[in-house]
Design a protein around this ligand. Structure first.
Ligand SMILES: Nc1ncnc2c1ncn2[C@@H]1O[C@H](COP(=O)(O)OP(=O)(O)OP(=O)(O)O)[C@@H](O)[C@H]1O
Length: 267
């Protein structure tokens, strides 16, 4: 028996405590060859939900994430974070990209402190938080290392630490583990779930990996080819806490992957 997929409307009617609301968003990049990147995109993410976005290359996933982050303006529609219209970056949101944002001339600890210092957050509290994050992200002993002295996985963990040091309520992640080998990616997926649960964050993650999306998420959104729209909203009904050993052998996990692969035309 295949798992029964719950396909929900893209914007849950009457949903309370929305962390992110995107309604009928259009994005056009003007220019000689103007690009219609997004067309009537609607989605909602509730507080503390873990939602992933999948879609074909070039469908506008990164653009959508950057719009929610306030880094790119949208052409039409409504984008709200914590019930407020997004007009630019806010402290409610932290963004993790595929490649590390660390400054090469600063150490891990200095990089993790930097954002908080720029925001003039109280330095003793920040130093305490950074020490704690260094430990929980498995970077103890590397506080004084420079980015080039770290492995790719450690650099990504440090980048996540940089963002968590600012304590945003919402984490937007754009293929954060895309450049890593499969084993490191699996390990960081488990760490990400632990962080998400411990720190009670809302996460919106863009990924190319159906397996990663199913393993991590409460819901998986699937976008159409460009101009991108959210065409499926699939609730992942797998038990938590999730670890590879108790999820990857679960037949429902395989069924979700098969169904999403079918939706996306990937076999
Ligand atoms: N600054 C820009 N100016 C013009 N066009 C852009 C710009 N940024 C993105 N685009 C176009 O918008 C479309 C969506 O790009 P985007 O990077 O959001 O897709 P994506 O789904 O994240 O792709 P991928 O999965 O390959 O990373 C593409 O056609 C891209 O060329």
């Amino acid at each position: 028996m295949m798992a029964q997929l719950k396909v929900m409307p893209a914007v849950a009617p009457g949903a309370s405590k929305l962390a992110i609301r995107v309604a009928d968003v259009v994005k056009r990049f003007p220019g000689k060859q103007s690009v219609n990147a997004l067309e009537d995109v609607s989605l909602s993410v509730r507080e503390r939900e873990f939602v992933s976005i999948l879609g074909p290359s070039g469908c506008g996933k990164s653009t959508l994430l950057r719009i929610v982050a306030g880094l790119v303006p949208h052409s039409e529609g409504v984008v709200q974070v914590a019930n407020r219209d997004v007009h630019g970056p806010t402290s409610d949101i932290g963004v993790v990209f595929q490649t590390s944002n660390m400054l090469p001339w600063l150490t891990v600890e200095q990089n993790m402190m930097l954002g908080a210092q720029l925001r003039k957050l109280p330095s003793a509290a920040v130093a305490h938080k950074v020490r704690e994050l260094t430990r929980t992200l498995g970077l103890s002993g590397f506080e004084n290392s420079y980015p080039h002295e770290l492995s790719g996985g450690m650099r990504q963990r440090a980048s996540i630490g940089q963002i968590l040091a600012l304590d945003p309520q919402i984490l937007l992640m754009d293929e954060p583990f895309g450049a890593l080998d499969a084993l490191t990616r699996d390990l960081l997926n488990v760490e990400l779930l632990r962080i998400w649960q411990e720190h009670m964050k809302t996460v919106l993650l863009v990924t190319h990996s159906i397996q990663e999306a199913v393993f991590l998420s409460d819901r998986v959104l699937v976008m159409s080819a460009r101009p991108g729209r959210v065409i499926h909203d699939i609730t992942i009904d797998l038990p938590r806490p999730r670890r590879p050993e108790n999820i990857k052998g679960n037949p429902r996990y395989g069924e979700y992957i098969a169904q999403i692969s079918q939706i996306m035309g990937v076999y």
